[in-house]
Write a protein that binds this ligand. Structure first.
Ligand code: NAP
Length: 454
């Protein structure tokens, strides 16, 4: 059984019977058949349905938001913003898919030659719980617009959200079986990848899951897009606007109780601003309201699961043993649920989890840098490469650093990293490969077919 458990109080909200192997095979076959008709529809027909999806998301915004908050604990205000972002994404691809997928004429000595972007077929999406709707829509909207069908294996703890997404797509007119949820835990993924119906796989999740999926997909020669973990560095240079930097760093560290792949995780601060940064940042973390995620005043709710909270706490404890100073938090509250308080660590050293690993929760690791070179060396001294930010009043300096010196997929200047349907999103190194969103995202799961006419 798959269980939805409210992380606020560990109440079991629902239990879902997993699909058997026979049922999964049946679903895959139905989806394969349905994809042919979907591919046959025009982009504008698919776009009209995608706009209806957006309308239904608007209509169902409140119940969807409550479902997300109940299953994984994100503050209700963030759940509502997440639904808005999914609406934006559906509308964006409904409006732009035709131009992103237009045949591209290439001049050769032939009569005519061009690239045609054709769908690949049925794509398996393995998704995480941290943005239960957004992670799915940012892949599904472009993939569906390109004419693919989708099998969704969502994170086990947000099965309710997975089924709600499936219902919305169907109610909006996405033909039956073109988007199907398979109810299985991660043990069921390898055999689905191996099934000949599946033509490619996308995973958003941890680096460990990415490696497992890439290995299986590699054995079957299936394309993968991997959106994995991160330990985003935020570099605060000596000429930064300190208030702006502290504000952006706090926002980024606290979104979703710190459980975002592109949350700021390491704060690398020039020595001349270090004391001021530590003081204001710690004060900001101290003032955070942690409480019932259904309450509008709540800034952070509980973490999504107790095992994830326990893992984070171990990372904090090990970092302290390795020499980090804990200025705030760092204790598991004595209350039922997956709670963890805003925590600030300074004097974080290489070789400790706060320096080397991803801290997926409301824990900040602050590191002092001697100068710009030192700060950028520290920033890039990680196995990850998802997002990064630099704070400086000198825009040209910031632009150069973002463009040339920070080793990450998304580099922002004087702002926290966020995803946007118009801009490509993805990482390098152990943060994965491939891109979602923008015109690059819709072209991940297509056959860029060469057509040549003599
Ligand atoms: P996770 O444990 O990797 O789970 C993500 C998904 O992968 C779930 O559906 C999970 O299924 C499945 N899964 C886990 N291990 C698997 C395996 N060995 N083989 C096949 N499937 C497997 O990650 P999470 O804890 O849910 O999410 C947090 C991680 O995701 C963080 O590292 C975060 O940075 C990353 N993330 C990255 C992005 C990005 O865009 N780069 C966005 C969001 C999150 P079960 O639930 O059944 O275990």
């Amino acid at each position: 059984m798959l269980h939805s458990i409210n992380p606020v109080n560990l109440e079991v909200l629902a239990a879902f019977k997993e699909h058997s192997d026979t049922e999964i095979n049946h679903i895959l076959k139905s989806t394969e058949a349905a994809q042919i008709g979907w591919e046959g529809a025009s982009v504008s027909e698919r776009g009209a349905i995608m706009l209806k999806v957006a309308d239904l998301l608007k209509e169902k915004k409140e119940p969807l938001s409550v479902k997300m908050t109940s299953e994984m604990g994100k503050p209700i205000t963030e759940s509502r913003a997440e639904v808005d972002k999914c609406i934006w994404c559906c509308e964006y691809y409904a409006q732009h898919a035709a131009s992103f997928l237009e045949d591209e004429a290439i001049e050769t000595e032939g009569r005519e030659s061009f690239i045609a972007y054709r769908p690949l077929g049925v794509i398996l999406a393995v998704m995480p719980w941290n943005f239960p709707l957004w992670q799915v829509f940012r892949f599904a909207a472009p993939a569906l617009m390109a004419g693919n069908a989708i099998i969704l294996k969502h994170a086990s703890n947000v099965t309710g959200c997975a089924l709600a997404i499936e219902a919305i797509l169907n109610d909006a007119g996405v033909p039956e079986h073109v988007f199907r949820v398979v109810k299985t835990d991660n043990n069921g993924v390898a055999s689905i990848i191996g099934n000949s119906v599946i033509k490619a796989v996308t995973l958003t999740g941890s680096t460990a899951a990415g490696k497992a999926i890439a290995q299986t997909a590699g054995q079957h020669l299936k394309k993968t897009v991997l959106e994995l973990g991160g330990s985003d560095p935020y570099v605060v240079l000596e000429d930064a606007d300190l208030d702006l930097a502290v504000d952006a760093c706090l926002t980024s560290r606290l979104i979703n109780a710190g459980q975002s792949c592109i949350a700021a995780k390491r704060f690398i601060v020039h020595q001349s601003l270090y004391d001021g940064f530590v003081e204001s940042f710690t004060q900001g973390m101290r003032e955070v309201v942690m409480g019932d995620p259904l309450d509008e005043a709540t800034r952070i709710g509980p973490m999504a699961r107790v095992d994830l909270r326990d893992h984070l706490h171990q990372q904090v404890q090990k970092s302290i043993v390795a020499g980090a100073k804990c200025l705030l938090g760092g204790e598991v509250p004595d209350r039922k649920g997956a709670w963890y308080p805003p925590t600030v660590l300074t004097e974080v050293r290489k070789g400790s989890p706060a320096y080397d690993e991803e801290l997926f929760g409301p824990v900040a690791a602050i590191i002092k840098a001697k100068d710009e070179d030192h700060a950028l060396r520290l920033a890039n001294d990680t196995v990850f490469g998802l997002g990064a930010a630099v704070f400086t009043k000198d825009i040209n300096r910031g632009k150069y650093i973002a463009r040339t010196r920070l080793a990450a997929g998304c580099c922002f200047v004087n702002a926290f990293v966020k995803s946007d349907p118009r801009l490509p999103f993805g990482g390098i190194k152990e943060s994965g490969y491939g891109r979602e969103l923008s015109y690059l995202g819709i072209r991940e799961f297509v056959n860029a077919k060469t057509v040549y006419i003599k």
